[in-house]
Design a binder for this molecule. Structure first.
Ligand code: GLU
Length: 406
């Protein structure tokens, strides 16, 4: 199977076929500026020392400091982080924030670590990378399985090493450690603003039947936000299982159940289904909000959603994109749909740099304006070029990056 980075390169070529860029520019943009692999020692609770493999890929900084999250996952490797870093560079350009693209990761299942082990791992990541990170160099953030507590440990470690206590080196921190209002729900909230801007244009009904795969920061908040807006969430999945209820799941009760039991499975009154069944449900909107490579050539024919809205990074392969486009199923691409997270991260960075604190109203007002503007613009670009939304978003982003590189 192609790696996520190969997918990202294929996506670049496909956009280039619709709107050709200079060969030199594409060559430079396609290669990460820097790939760093580190070993992080952790003293485990049983007294033994264990070494974890970590990565930071700095893809492109033509538009600003490298920016992108850190993922803790057992399947993470450098190829995945390379793809995620490239997508970050495009994502920041799509929403026109002054940031480049980067990404980090550690190959680890953090659910198997104690709190002390997790803290050592988080601090160890920063110890190894302190000289290449910095508010004007490279600004990490949360991603899959990392959270505000982890960001606070990392910011604290960076402050200890460098003396820089502004917190601007990392975003997604808790509020009392220099975090921004609204960052916790920003990915889903930003997605919702983009969704609202596109809903009618995509031919969706006023009240949609929604399926969400993933129940981390993006998926859970999306379930809450879409259901509060009156849409019906008919199915949800976490990494362990999926639940379905034809007339709609009561999201608040599902959240309580997940908090109490650690899983979605077993939610009273819902039917347990497989991940494949979840993806193939008839619905208006399918929101992948977990990992890459979920909608592929071998299962794309099962998709019965009217629209795919990518809150995850890289959930749809290029081959599946073609099939969906051919069937007239729009895919709102990750680099637009989930850009709300990095947008509010950039607000956080700006507040830290300037020593300000913005209200939640200010944050969401700015976020809404930016998401609506860029979503409508990319929709228009796709119509103008008679292409899909992913290619249109790539083209808009590449034009902005090329301009900055000149
Ligand atoms: N990890 C998120 C993403 O994939 C957020 C990155 C950030 O806030 O820098 O967009």
């Amino acid at each position: 199977m192609p790696t996520p980075f190969e997918h990202a390169l294929a996506q670049l070529q496909r956009a280039n076929a619709v709107h050709p860029f200079s060969e030199d520019f594409l060559k430079i943009f396609a290669s990460p500026d820097r790939k760093i692999e580190i070993s992080i020692p952790v003293q485990m609770d049983d007294g033994q020392t264990k070494i974890f493999e970590g990565y930071r890929v700095q893809h492109n900084n033509a538009r600003g400091p490298y920016k992108g999250g850190i993922r803790f996952h057992q399947d993470t490797d450098i190829e995945e982080v390379k793809a995620l870093a490239l997508w970050m560079a495009l994502k920041c350009a799509v929403v026109n924030i002054p940031m480049g693209g980067g990404k980090g990761g550690v190959t680890v299942n953090p659910k198997e670590l104690s709190e002390s082990e997790l803290e050592q791992l988080s601090r160890g990541f920063v110890k190894r990378l302190a000289d290449v990170l910095g508010p004007q160099k490279d600004v990490p953030a949360p991603d899959v399985n990392t959270n505000p507590t982890i960001m606070a440990w990392m910011a604290d470690e960076y402050a200890k090493i460098t003396g820089d206590t502004t917190g601007a080196v990392i975003t997604g921190k808790p509020l009392d450690a220099g975090g921004s209002e609204g960052r916790g729900t920003a990915t889903a909230q930003g997605g919702f603003y983009a969704f609202n801007a596109l809903q009618e244009k995509l031919g969706l009904p006023e009240k949609c039947r929604v399926v969400i795969q993933g129940f981390g920061n993006a998926g859970q908040n999306a379930a809450e936000i879409w259901s509060q807006a009156g849409h019906t969430i008919i199915a949800l999945a976490d990494s362990r299982g999926a639940i379905y209820k034809a007339d709609g799941l009561e999201v608040e009760a599902v959240v309580h159940h997940k908090q109490a039991t650690g899983a979605l499975a077993g939610f009273p009154g819902a039917q347990e289904i497989s991940q494949e069944e979840l993806l193939s449900l008839t619905c208006d909107v399918l929101i992948p909000a977990a990992l890459e490579n979920q909608i592929r050539q071998d299962n794309v024919d099962q998709i019965k959603a009217k629209v795919v809205f990518e809150l995850a990074n890289g959930p749809t392969t290029p081959e599946a994109d073609d099939v969906l486009f051919g069937k007239g199923v729009p895919v709102v691409p990750d680099i637009l749909a989930n850009a709300g997270g990095v947008t509010v991260s950039t607000f956080e960075w700006e507040q830290n740099v300037k020593g300000e604190h913005w209200t939640v109203e200010e944050v969401f007002e700015k976020l809404q304006r930016m998401m609506e503007l860029e979503a409508s613009m990319i929709f228009g670009k796709a119509e103008e070029l008679k292409t899909d939304l992913r290619r249109a978003a790539f083209i808009v982003a590449l034009e902005r990056i090329q301009e900055a590189m000149k």
